[in-house]
Design a protein around this ligand. Structure first.
Ligand code: F6P
Length: 386
């Protein structure tokens, strides 16, 4: 067999571990030949690829980023082309299919997040034999209990929170740390709990600024004259909107969030009179060497993707299901994301530890009962964004 591999969407630690597992499993176990497409689906559309052998994946396991390059603007069905001063959008899937056939490919392993999987599901309907591998620091891909990249981002964010902690203590300040994560609060919640945050604000629980300030005041009354606030970039005040940092017209998911912490700092400082500073971690959490956990998870995912290809099982996303590696249909994943269920263990742990989630206990209980709190809570991306 001949297979292709590509990485799509925002990068994260562990991508190279998956590429390495795909190439090595394909060659060692099945004597397949492998090519790697550059910059996501763009490589398939423009026929830009490189032949992969064991040498090409040597020494990459611990490296962040992706040796193949990536793009979050290469949607084959809505590919942006600059014409004069305006973008027009073309369906370039016919070119992609033609290249796939001309290269004599038997399958594509697409490593990516929800945008990549939505495109993959559509390509599958066009007859491309595609298998997805779930990547993202946001941990918001539907159908898998965890994506690779998330653990590394949690570790980086937690280390940053630890460092902010000491300066917060020295200067008696309120320190806000904003982390990425888009419409899901997984990264803020996990790093906030691991980093000993006092207040954690996530998109799933719109915050009440009075509750936030009361927590800060209460700590000061107890002689703890500093506070750590960890906020997900998609967090919003009750009745308010998420803070949009920029709109990238050519990206399938055009909205880029960021900056909620600046609003929050002004509110806290205004209401409590306490000096409040902001650190936005941004892309920092996407960089660096993957944790051992992400290397292992990525390796399992990559091996399984090739096994599925060898068994001619296509149109699937490899997933982590409890402790097992499994797969589900790409058609089930397309267009969905997985947000934090309000009845999750991490939320109740945060509550038990006295961490404020920015709302009174009763309001959270009300929110829980009005929400679908199934472990597999799903939300349509567009509904979440608006
Ligand atoms: O999906 C990963 C992610 O890092 C999100 O957490 C963040 O909102 C977005 O990508 C940022 O995208 P970009 O790299 O295009 O700014």
């Amino acid at each position: 067999m001949k297979i292709g591999v590509l990485t799509g969407g925002g990068d994260c630690p562990g991508l190279n571990a998956v590429i390495r597992a795909v190439v090595k499993t394909a060659i060692n176990d099945y004597d397949m030949s492998v090519i790697g497409f550059r910059d996501s689906f763009e490589g398939l559309i423009l026929n830009n690829y490189v032949t992969m052998d064991k040498g090409s994946v040597s020494g990459i396991l611990s490296r962040g980023g992706t040796i193949l390059g990536t793009s979050n603007q290469a949607d084959p069905f809505k590919y942006p082309i600059l014409q004069k001063d305006e973008y027009i959008y073309l369906d370039r899937s016919p070119e992609l299919v033609a290249n796939y056939e001309r290269l004599g490919l038997d399958a594509i392993v697409a490593i990516g997040g929800d945008g990549t999987m939505t495109a993959a599901a559509s390509l599958s309907k066009l007859g491309i034999n595609i298998i997805g591998v779930p990547k993202t620091i946001d941990n918001d891909l539907y159908g898998t209990d965890q994506t690779f990249g998330f653990d590394s981002a949690v570790v980086t964010a937690t280390e940053a929170i630890d460092k902010i902690h000491t300066t917060a203590q020295s200067h008696h300040r309120v320190m806000i740390i904003e982390v990425m994560g888009r419409y899901a609060g997984w990264l803020a919640l996990a790093s906030g709990v691991a980093g000993g945050g006092d207040i954690i604000l996530i998109p799933e629980i719109p915050y009440d600024i009075e509750v936030v300030c009361n927590k800060v005041r209460e700590r000061n009354r107890q002689g703890k004259n500093f506070s750590i606030v960890v906020v997900g970039e998609g967090a919003k005040i009750e009745g308010g909107d998420m803070v949009v940092n920029r709109v990238i017209e050519t990206s399938p998911d055009a909205i880029r969030l960021g900056g909620v912490s600046n609003q929050l700092a002004a509110q806290i400082e205004g209401l409590t009179g306490l000096e409040t500073r902001v650190t936005i971690l941004g892309h920092l959490v996407r960089g660096g060497s993957p944790t051992a956990y992400d290397r292992l998870l990525g390796t399992h995912f990559g091996c399984e993707a090739v096994r599925l290809a060898a068994r001619k099982i296509f149109g699937r996303l490899v997933v982590l299901n409890g402790r097992d590696i499994d797969s589900i249909a790409l058609s089930e994943v397309a267009g969905k994301i997985r947000t934090v269920p309000l009845d999750s263990l991490l939320i109740s742990a945060a509550q038990s530890l006295g961490i404020s989630l920015g709302v009174e206990k009763e309001s959270l209980e009300r929110l829980k009962s009005s929400n679908n709190t199934d472990e597999k809570t799903i939300a349509n991306k567009k509904e979440v964004a608006t």
